[in-house]
Design a protein around this ligand. Sequence first.
Ligand SMILES: Nc1nc2c(c(=O)[nH]1)N[C@H]1C(S)=C(S)[C@@H](COP(=O)(O)OP(=O)(O)OC[C@H]3O[C@@H](n4cnc5c(N)ncnc54)[C@H](O)[C@@H]3O)O[C@H]1N2
Ligand code: MOO
Length: 404
Amino acid sequence: MPGMASTSAGNAAPVVEPHSSVLSWDRARATARDAGEALPVETRPLHNAHGRALAAPLIARTDLPSFDTSAMDGWAVSGPGPWRLTGGEVLAGDAPSPLATGDAVGIATGAPLPPGATSVLRHEHGRVDGERLTDLVGGRTDGQDVRPRGRECAEGDVLLPAGTAITPAVLGMAAAAGYDRLEVHQRPSVELLVLGDELLDSGTPRDGRVRDALSPMLQPWLRTRAEVIGCRRLPDELDALREAIAASTADVVITTGSTAAGPVDHLHTALGELGARLLVDSVAVRPGHPMLLAALPDGGRLVGLPGNPLAAVAGVVTLAMPLLDRLGGHSAVEDRTARAGDLLPHPESTRLVPVQVRDGVAQPLAFGGPAMLRGLTLADGLAVLPPSEGPPPEDVVLLPLGWG
Ligand SMILES: Nc1nc2c(c(=O)[nH]1)N[C@H]1C(S)=C(S)[C@@H](COP(=O)(O)OP(=O)(O)OC[C@H]3O[C@@H](n4cnc5c(N)ncnc54)[C@H](O)[C@@H]3O)O[C@H]1N2
Ligand code: MOO
């Protein structure tokens, strides 16, 4: 990172003591959300705005529909039937002439209703005899099969608040409401540093080594909220780690592994040598308790995800996503809940459990251990079980994984 001071290499004692203060899961998540400010605003064309957050409310620039519109193919009619057909057809995009009482004119779905028309008769509900049009169904009401101007919104209505994630639906809505461009927040940049000499990049696990499961999982996931500007594998060496962190230009450095206090876990030492400030250093959560969040001296942030794959996932939903959401200007997502199935709380730690939701009930998936991903592949989200010595809860918060 530019301007970041590099300190002496070697095996100096850690400046930051690992896991000195364990935070509750709620506190850790809130700390991550508060660990930065929304990045500056820019204007982007609709086709380049997907995945950003609205920096200003989306305000309707027109009534929608902006004119009384035929909802069906058939005839625009004026007054009660039978009617006299005037000939011709009003098509979408036309500017029709007025219709006199007792008259009818052919009309297509999406076409503007002629002034004076009172309803639309569907094609399959009418019979034509020469110039005479008869209603085969009856019970006709004014406005039938018409989409009246302003039914969806009036010009000036607030359609969505600032902070809303720009989904494909939001892009369609924005276009319909008259927008060519949107004011959005810049997306944070992320560099992923994957630590572990034992990791393999291809083939089957062998010789006591394991496949790197985190680079393939984390990169597309993080791209939903960030520009991933790099993904590097690093050896388990203090100097290499410290230098990689110092050299990163990313808004957020995300490391995997090395969060614990094993013989080659150098993350705390590297952060201490760099003069980083630990905002979160261990969380009362299972899995993932050694996760951490640090403020780097140049203003960047570092999220340390534990190496066990499901523990890393816990770190993503607890620390990385809340921080990236804040930087990208996304408002906090309201927690969804589900009824708790066979979910048992832990007495001291929040549990994050991969679950499937069926008929509103969250059921834990098999193979949900910290070093496993098999359960997660089938998960609808992670159930949050607050610490408790009491009976299992009736309802649980469900954290969406947000990846599709
Ligand atoms: N004495 C203690 N040991 C450990 C504790 C503890 O409290 N006391 N906590 C355990 C918990 S909980 C976790 S989680 C892990 C965290 O370990 P690290 O973050 O230091 O990660 P590593 O030691 O590098 O690796 C742990 C485990 O994960 C595998 N791994 C790492 N990276 C990847 C990857 N990219 N893809 C797949 N698997 C990966 C690695 O091979 C190890 O098996 O510490 C416990 N220990
Ligand atoms: O946090 Mo560790 O999660 O038990 O594997």
